[in-house]
Design a protein. Structure first.
Ligand code: PHE
Length: 355
């Protein structure tokens, strides 16, 4: 049994214990209203099964909102593979193959791509088992590869929309931007910001990653303990969720939060807390849709690079709409984005139940 997540109205969850590794596979299907449940596979250790299940539910809900806000005909789901610390590579491979067989058996009920702890190589392994609709395989296997750079592009367009709102000028040139987490999205985001002439600050728990990024001109490293206290225009959380909470928000010294990490708000009240602190919040599920929409566009809709550029730039426009809706409805930007996504969900014809 896994503990419930408050106010989670998802369709269901598949839980499978993997005896050979001691891992647990959790596939949360939040909503198939707009299309097949599609979301990443997150693979990492969690202290308890309950915490892993809670994360899977919230991440699956985030995917529902992400697709809906982006106006994309897909449903929300997410897989979490809870692995033991230090799982050896060979055991990990076996686990991924068994996970692939499970997905094959589900026959497309859940369609996956990479997330924290997985990438195109893992997607290749999963797809080798015959699992259908595995996104972001390596180009050598016919996939569109890493979604990170596309997600970063969507974040960049979101930052332009936020700068426009704050300063009346969309260009981030000369703005101080703090990028926390130098993974598959944070790293390409730093490159885009440098090219645009922003003053970039970076932080990561891995000192080596900070040193590497900070060796480029225009980039300065910040120790993880100084993240909240660092004065900046834009703060971009690019790692795990829950970093905006009652403890951190009073210490923030940024004008806006615009980043790709999923589920940045520890609780819904944190949106009001940010607003009260005078910080503009760009809702994560709007900002971070670039990778998911670009990859599904490229792989199933036959999109060209130009079409991808247009779709990622469209994320900035969606965010402008969110800001306008928040103003006219006197609500937080988070409420406005939720309302926008829910309107889309409610006006869609009810999908055939898949199970
Ligand atoms: N990690 C991606 C996200 O959270 C999931 C994804 C990637 C889904 C690629 C589909 C294709 O949006």
């Amino acid at each position: 049994m896994t503990a419930p997540t408050p106010r989670w109205h998802g369709e269901g969850m598949i839980v499978r214990h993997d005896a050979p590794t001691g891992a647990d596979i959790l596939i949360a299907i939040h909503s198939t209203r707009l299309g097949p449940a599609t979301g990443g596979t997150r693979m990492k250790p969690y202290p308890t099964l309950e915490q892993a299940a809670h994360d899977a539910r919230r991440l699956a809900e985030g995917m529902t909102l992400k697709w809906a806000a982006a106006g994309f005909p897909r449903g929300g789901g997410k897989a979490v593979i809870r692995i033991p610390e230090g799982l050896p590579a060979a055991a990990r491979e076996g686990l991924l193959r068994r996970y692939g067989s499970l997905l094959r058996g589900l026959g497309g009920l859940f369609q996956t791509g990479p997330d924290v702890g997985t990438g195109p190589k893992e997607m290749d392994l999963i797809a080798e088992t015959g699992a259908p609709h595995v996104f972001s395989r390596t180009p050598a296997r016919g996939g569109a590869g890493d979604p990170g750079p596309y997600t970063a592009l969507g974040v960049f367009h979101s930052m332009r929309a936020a700068c426009e709102r704050l300063f009346g000028e969309a260009s981030p040139a000369g703005r101080r931007v703090l990028v926390v987490g130098l993974g598959s999205v944070g790293a390409p985001l730093v490159a885009l910001l440098r090219e645009a002439g922003a003053e970039v600050m970076v932080s990561d728990l891995r000192e080596e990653a900070v040193r590497r990024a900070a060796s480029s001109p225009g980039v300065r490293g910040i120790p993880p303990s100084d993240v909240e206290g660092t004065a900046c225009d834009l703060y971009a959380p690019c790692a795990l969720g829950g970093t905006l909470n009652a403890g951190t928000i009073p210490r923030l010294r940024c004008r806006a939060v615009v980043g790709p990490a999923n589920n940045q708000l520890a609780a819904e009240d944190d949106a009001a807390r940010l607003a009260a602190a005078g910080i503009l919040y760009a809702p994560d599920f709007v900002v971070n849709a670039g990778g998911a929409i670009a990859i599904t566009g490229l792989e199933i809709l036959g999109w060209t690079r130009e079409r991808v550029e247009k779709a990622t730039a469209g994320i900035g426009d969606t965010l402008r709409e969110v800001f306008a809706r928040a103003d006219s409805g006197r609500m937080t930007t988070s409420e406005a984005a939720l309302q926008m996504a829910r309107d889309r969900l409610d006006s869609a014809p009810a999908a055939d139940p898949l199970w």
